[in-house]
Design a protein around this ligand. Structure first.
Ligand SMILES: [Zn+2]
Length: 258
Protein backbone atom coordinates (compact mmCIF):
# COMPACT_ATOMS: atom_id res chain seq x y z
CA UNK A 1 0.00 0.00 0.00
CA UNK A 2 1.44 3.33 -0.93
CA UNK A 3 1.07 6.63 0.77
CA UNK A 4 -0.58 7.95 -2.31
CA UNK A 5 -3.38 5.48 -2.06
CA UNK A 6 -6.53 7.46 -1.83
CA UNK A 7 -9.15 4.90 -2.50
CA UNK A 8 -11.73 3.64 -0.11
CA UNK A 9 -11.59 0.18 1.23
CA UNK A 10 -13.36 -2.10 3.59
CA UNK A 11 -11.79 -3.78 6.52
CA UNK A 12 -13.25 -7.08 5.53
CA UNK A 13 -11.54 -7.02 2.19
CA UNK A 14 -8.29 -6.07 3.64
CA UNK A 15 -5.79 -8.92 3.76
CA UNK A 16 -2.50 -8.81 5.50
CA UNK A 17 -0.46 -11.90 6.29
CA UNK A 18 0.71 -11.55 9.82
CA UNK A 19 -0.55 -14.57 11.65
CA UNK A 20 2.91 -15.06 13.17
CA UNK A 21 2.81 -11.69 14.93
CA UNK A 22 0.71 -11.57 18.04
CA UNK A 23 -0.86 -8.23 18.59
CA UNK A 24 -3.60 -6.96 20.80
CA UNK A 25 -6.91 -7.34 19.11
CA UNK A 26 -7.40 -3.59 19.11
CA UNK A 27 -4.37 -3.31 16.86
CA UNK A 28 -5.10 -6.22 14.56
CA UNK A 29 -5.61 -5.49 10.96
CA UNK A 30 -9.25 -6.44 10.64
CA UNK A 31 -10.47 -4.88 13.81
CA UNK A 32 -12.86 -2.15 12.94
CA UNK A 33 -13.67 0.56 15.35
CA UNK A 34 -17.28 1.57 15.10
CA UNK A 35 -17.57 5.21 14.58
CA UNK A 36 -20.22 7.70 13.77
CA UNK A 37 -17.81 10.21 12.51
CA UNK A 38 -18.22 11.18 8.94
CA UNK A 39 -14.52 11.06 8.48
CA UNK A 40 -12.00 8.63 9.83
CA UNK A 41 -8.32 8.13 9.73
CA UNK A 42 -6.60 5.31 8.04
CA UNK A 43 -3.05 4.74 9.13
CA UNK A 44 -1.21 3.57 6.12
CA UNK A 45 1.91 1.55 5.83
CA UNK A 46 4.13 4.56 5.67
CA UNK A 47 2.44 6.28 8.53
CA UNK A 48 0.73 8.81 6.34
CA UNK A 49 -2.81 9.54 7.20
CA UNK A 50 -5.64 10.14 4.86
CA UNK A 51 -9.08 11.31 5.68
CA UNK A 52 -11.75 8.80 4.93
CA UNK A 53 -15.43 8.56 5.54
CA UNK A 54 -15.08 4.86 6.23
CA UNK A 55 -14.92 3.25 9.70
CA UNK A 56 -11.66 3.87 11.46
CA UNK A 57 -9.26 1.14 10.59
CA UNK A 58 -5.84 0.47 11.97
CA UNK A 59 -3.81 -1.04 9.28
CA UNK A 60 -0.55 -2.76 10.17
CA UNK A 61 1.19 -3.49 6.97
CA UNK A 62 3.95 -5.96 6.21
CA UNK A 63 6.43 -3.18 6.66
CA UNK A 64 5.22 -2.53 10.18
CA UNK A 65 5.30 -6.24 10.90
CA UNK A 66 8.86 -6.27 9.73
CA UNK A 67 9.52 -3.34 11.99
CA UNK A 68 8.16 -5.30 14.97
CA UNK A 69 10.39 -8.20 14.00
CA UNK A 70 13.32 -5.84 13.59
CA UNK A 71 12.72 -4.39 16.99
CA UNK A 72 12.68 -7.87 18.49
CA UNK A 73 15.87 -8.70 16.64
CA UNK A 74 17.31 -5.40 17.79
CA UNK A 75 16.46 -6.27 21.40
CA UNK A 76 18.16 -9.66 21.00
CA UNK A 77 21.17 -7.98 19.48
CA UNK A 78 21.29 -5.53 22.36
CA UNK A 79 21.22 -8.36 24.88
CA UNK A 80 24.00 -10.13 23.01
CA UNK A 81 25.93 -6.90 22.70
CA UNK A 82 25.51 -6.20 26.39
CA UNK A 83 26.78 -9.67 27.27
CA UNK A 84 29.74 -9.19 24.96
CA UNK A 85 30.49 -5.83 26.47
CA UNK A 86 30.18 -7.23 29.98
CA UNK A 87 32.65 -9.94 29.07
CA UNK A 88 35.01 -7.44 27.49
CA UNK A 89 34.63 -5.23 30.53
CA UNK A 90 35.44 -8.07 32.91
CA UNK A 91 38.47 -8.96 30.80
CA UNK A 92 39.56 -5.32 30.89
CA UNK A 93 39.06 -5.29 34.64
CA UNK A 94 41.18 -8.43 34.99
CA UNK A 95 43.89 -6.95 32.77
CA UNK A 96 43.81 -3.71 34.72
CA UNK A 97 43.99 -5.62 37.98
CA UNK A 98 46.97 -7.52 36.60
CA UNK A 99 48.70 -4.28 35.70
CA UNK A 100 47.97 -2.77 39.10
CA UNK A 101 49.35 -5.86 40.81
CA UNK A 102 52.46 -5.76 38.60
CA UNK A 103 52.93 -2.10 39.49
CA UNK A 104 52.50 -2.86 43.17
CA UNK A 105 55.04 -5.68 42.87
CA UNK A 106 57.48 -3.38 41.06
CA UNK A 107 56.98 -0.70 43.71
CA UNK A 108 57.64 -3.24 46.48
CA UNK A 109 60.76 -4.46 44.65
CA UNK A 110 62.01 -0.91 44.12
CA UNK A 111 61.39 -0.11 47.77
CA UNK A 112 63.26 -3.24 48.85
CA UNK A 113 66.15 -2.45 46.50
CA UNK A 114 66.32 1.12 47.78
CA UNK A 115 66.35 -0.18 51.34
CA UNK A 116 69.10 -2.69 50.45
CA UNK A 117 71.15 0.03 48.76
CA UNK A 118 70.70 2.33 51.74
CA UNK A 119 71.77 -0.47 54.08
CA UNK A 120 74.80 -1.18 51.88
CA UNK A 121 75.72 2.51 51.91
CA UNK A 122 75.32 2.69 55.69
CA UNK A 123 77.50 -0.42 56.07
CA UNK A 124 80.13 1.01 53.68
CA UNK A 125 80.02 4.26 55.62
CA UNK A 126 80.59 2.42 58.90
CA UNK A 127 83.44 0.47 57.41
CA UNK A 128 84.99 3.42 55.54
CA UNK A 129 84.32 1.72 52.24
CA UNK A 130 82.58 4.58 50.48
CA UNK A 131 84.31 6.35 47.60
CA UNK A 132 84.72 10.11 47.29
CA UNK A 133 86.43 12.46 44.86
CA UNK A 134 90.17 13.10 45.06
CA UNK A 135 89.51 16.69 43.97
CA UNK A 136 86.24 18.55 44.31
CA UNK A 137 86.90 21.20 41.69
CA UNK A 138 88.97 21.36 38.55
CA UNK A 139 88.35 19.98 35.10
CA UNK A 140 90.01 17.25 33.10
CA UNK A 141 92.80 18.79 31.02
CA UNK A 142 94.48 15.65 29.73
CA UNK A 143 93.12 12.17 29.14
CA UNK A 144 94.68 8.78 29.71
CA UNK A 145 96.48 7.40 26.65
CA UNK A 146 99.04 8.40 24.02
CA UNK A 147 100.38 11.92 24.40
CA UNK A 148 103.38 13.60 22.82
CA UNK A 149 104.79 10.28 21.58
CA UNK A 150 104.49 8.69 25.02
CA UNK A 151 101.72 7.14 27.05
CA UNK A 152 99.99 9.33 29.58
CA UNK A 153 99.24 6.90 32.39
CA UNK A 154 96.74 9.04 34.23
CA UNK A 155 94.11 11.71 34.12
CA UNK A 156 94.99 15.38 34.66
CA UNK A 157 92.71 17.76 36.54
CA UNK A 158 93.68 21.39 36.04
CA UNK A 159 93.26 23.37 39.27
CA UNK A 160 95.02 26.22 41.07
CA UNK A 161 97.96 25.46 43.33
CA UNK A 162 96.74 24.89 46.88
CA UNK A 163 93.47 23.18 45.88
CA UNK A 164 92.83 20.45 48.50
CA UNK A 165 93.21 16.76 47.65
CA UNK A 166 91.49 13.93 49.52
CA UNK A 167 91.84 10.19 50.03
CA UNK A 168 89.17 8.51 47.87
CA UNK A 169 88.33 5.80 50.40
CA UNK A 170 89.70 4.06 53.45
CA UNK A 171 93.31 3.00 52.93
CA UNK A 172 96.94 3.23 53.86
CA UNK A 173 99.50 5.72 52.57
CA UNK A 174 102.24 3.60 51.01
CA UNK A 175 104.29 6.48 49.64
CA UNK A 176 104.57 10.18 50.46
CA UNK A 177 107.68 11.71 48.93
CA UNK A 178 109.24 13.77 46.18
CA UNK A 179 110.21 11.68 43.13
CA UNK A 180 111.59 12.52 39.73
CA UNK A 181 108.98 13.47 37.18
CA UNK A 182 106.02 13.16 39.56
CA UNK A 183 107.30 15.79 41.99
CA UNK A 184 105.53 15.50 45.34
CA UNK A 185 103.67 12.22 45.15
CA UNK A 186 101.26 10.34 47.40
CA UNK A 187 100.31 6.72 46.88
CA UNK A 188 97.38 5.24 48.81
CA UNK A 189 96.45 1.56 48.87
CA UNK A 190 92.72 1.30 49.47
CA UNK A 191 90.80 -1.45 51.25
CA UNK A 192 89.96 -3.19 47.94
CA UNK A 193 93.62 -3.33 46.83
CA UNK A 194 93.42 -0.43 44.38
CA UNK A 195 96.31 2.04 44.55
CA UNK A 196 95.94 5.71 43.59
CA UNK A 197 98.83 7.98 42.68
CA UNK A 198 98.60 11.75 43.11
CA UNK A 199 101.41 13.65 41.37
CA UNK A 200 102.83 17.21 41.14
CA UNK A 201 101.46 18.17 44.57
CA UNK A 202 102.57 21.48 46.09
CA UNK A 203 102.26 20.08 49.61
CA UNK A 204 102.06 16.60 51.19
CA UNK A 205 100.08 16.37 54.45
CA UNK A 206 100.25 12.62 55.17
CA UNK A 207 103.07 10.15 55.93
CA UNK A 208 103.87 6.63 54.86
CA UNK A 209 102.01 4.01 56.86
CA UNK A 210 99.21 6.39 57.83
CA UNK A 211 95.66 5.15 57.68
CA UNK A 212 93.34 7.51 55.87
CA UNK A 213 89.57 7.64 55.67
CA UNK A 214 87.30 8.62 52.75
CA UNK A 215 87.60 12.35 52.11
CA UNK A 216 90.58 12.83 54.42
CA UNK A 217 92.80 15.73 53.40
CA UNK A 218 96.17 14.48 52.08
CA UNK A 219 97.77 17.58 50.51
CA UNK A 220 97.32 20.16 47.79
CA UNK A 221 97.49 20.57 44.02
CA UNK A 222 100.78 21.94 42.68
CA UNK A 223 103.18 22.13 39.76
CA UNK A 224 106.16 20.15 41.07
CA UNK A 225 108.26 17.67 39.05
CA UNK A 226 107.80 17.32 35.30
CA UNK A 227 104.74 19.49 35.02
CA UNK A 228 103.60 22.37 32.87
CA UNK A 229 101.00 24.15 34.91
CA UNK A 230 99.29 23.45 38.19
CA UNK A 231 97.28 20.23 38.11
CA UNK A 232 96.59 16.90 39.78
CA UNK A 233 98.01 13.92 37.91
CA UNK A 234 95.87 10.97 39.01
CA UNK A 235 96.73 7.35 38.28
CA UNK A 236 94.74 4.25 39.18
CA UNK A 237 96.49 0.89 39.61
CA UNK A 238 93.80 -1.72 40.26
CA UNK A 239 96.01 -4.46 41.68
CA UNK A 240 98.65 -2.23 43.21
CA UNK A 241 101.35 -3.02 40.66
CA UNK A 242 102.61 -0.82 37.85
CA UNK A 243 99.53 -1.43 35.74
CA UNK A 244 97.74 1.87 35.33
CA UNK A 245 94.28 1.84 33.81
CA UNK A 246 92.23 4.67 32.38
CA UNK A 247 90.91 6.36 35.53
CA UNK A 248 87.91 7.84 33.70
CA UNK A 249 85.63 4.76 33.56
CA UNK A 250 86.86 3.70 37.00
CA UNK A 251 85.86 7.07 38.46
CA UNK A 252 82.63 7.13 36.47
CA UNK A 253 81.59 3.70 37.73
CA UNK A 254 82.06 4.92 41.30
CA UNK A 255 80.06 8.07 40.62
CA UNK A 256 83.07 10.30 41.12
CA UNK A 257 82.76 12.33 37.92
CA UNK A 258 80.56 15.24 36.84
ZN1 LIG B 1 99.25 13.76 34.01
Amino acid sequence: MSSTYQGRHYAGRHRVQRSHVRLPRALSASFVLPTTAAAALVVTATGATVAESAPLTLDLSGQQTAQVRNEQASDDAMVTDLATRRQASSMQTAALQGRVEAQQRAARDAKRKAADAAAARAKAEREGKRWVRAIRSGRITSDFGPRWGQTHDGLDFGAPTGTPLYAMSKGTVIMADYVFSFGNKVEIRYWDGTVSWYGHMSRISVFEGQTVMPGQFVGTVGNTGHSFGSHLHLEIHPSGGDNPIDPYPWLRDKGLLG
